[in-house]
Write a protein that binds this ligand. Structure first.
Ligand SMILES: C=C(O[C@@H]1C=C(C(=O)O)C=C[C@H]1O)C(=O)O
Length: 308
């Protein structure tokens, strides 16, 4: 991304945050009793809150013992269990000024996820992250959440610090694509300490794949990583090809003569020439072969659908 700083990934359980593709985290757990009201997914007094992804499970300590990726303590007494059962400890937005607890959490030996307090400036946020890095072993990840995550701030903080950043989109899963576009290294989609519903995971993974393929620089160093990066690009290509075929089908219906009979080679040449500006390494002649296949596939589909 657009940072002059060298960015280092932070391993959280089996996930690498900040190097490679953005990750999706489905199980953030808070042991705080005030967490239900403060989570973005749950409005205070909402009778349906418990069934939402932002809900707090009935027995958060049991959920912790079952193992979670991210856990937020209520008090220092929670920290030993977090060290045992969580992959990273969260310094939550509501208590970033509880310095003794922040210090104890940062010194736990786990990666530390530093959530921005709603009114904290970027400097305060990064200052707290630096403090946690100093109190611990340096493995610190930024986290932006709340009802309206500030994606501009995420982008700026990530660039200024070189630290990876997560965005908690559990309050509005529709922000997933925007968060990835803003450079988020991961999306937190569930705060119940349990695996989030499949529909939300699909939205988040779609954003990571398609938006990531378009906007996220990647330099895979191994064969499996490189193949996964190619798979993301192919997923984005397939999405665009399907959309293109639909549009090409609409054009056929709008033209006086559609289908192969109305083929317009001048327009096809212009399409290829414009694409070559964006794909200079492939160049016009290679693109022309690719686009000929794409255009013919679209025309075949349109003719098949119109019953010709
Ligand atoms: C879509 C059109 O019809 C045909 C299909 C094209 C395409 O898929 O890009 C381009 C030119 C035409 O041969 C069009 O006329 O724009």
């Amino acid at each position: 991304m657009s940072s002059a700083l060298e960015r280092h990934g932070v391993a959280v359980g089996g996930l690498l945050v900040g190097a490679g593709p953005a990750v999706v985290i489905g199980d953030r757990l808070s042991l705080r009793t005030d967490a239900r009201a403060s989570r973005p997914g749950a409005a205070p007094g909402d009778p349906h809150a418990a069934s939402r992804p932002g809900a707090v499970p009935a027995d958060p300590h049991a959920a912790l013992r079952a193992g979670v990726t991210l856990a937020e303590p209520a008090t220092a007494a929670d920290l030993p269990a977090i060290a045992e059962h969580a992959a990273a400890v969260v310094v939550g937005a509501s208590w970033t000024r509880d310095i003794p607890l922040v210090r104890a959490a940062a010194g736990l030996g786990l990666p530390v996820v530093v959530e921005r307090r709603a009114t904290a400036s970027m400097e305060e946020w990064l200052g707290l992250a630096a403090y946690c890095a100093g109190e611990g072993d340096g493995r610190v990840i930024l986290c932006e959440g709340g009802r309206r995550p500030d994606l501009a701030l995420v982008r700026a903080a990530r660039a200024a610090s070189g630290r990876p950043a997560l965005v908690d989109v559990s309050g509005d899963i529709g922000l997933s694509a925007a968060a990835v576009a803003a450079g988020a290294d991961g999306l937190i989609i569930g705060t119940g300490g349990e695996t989030s519903p499949g529909a939300e995971r699909r939205v988040a993974e779609e954003a990571v794949t398609v938006v990531g393929a378009l906007l996220r620089d990647e330099t895979p160093g191994t064969l499996p990583e490189c193949r996964q990066a190619i798979d993301r690009v192919d997923a984005a290509l397939a999405t665009l090809l399907e959309r293109r075929a639909e549009l090409a089908g609409t054009v056929q219906r709008l033209k006086p003569v559609g289908g192969f009979a109305g083929r317009d080679l001048g327009r096809e040449h212009d399409v290829v020439a414009r694409m070559a500006v964006r794909a200079p390494a492939l160049g016009e002649s290679r693109l022309s072969a690719i686009m000929n296949a794409v255009i013919e596939a679209g025309l075949h589909l349109a003719e098949e659908r119109s019953g010709r």
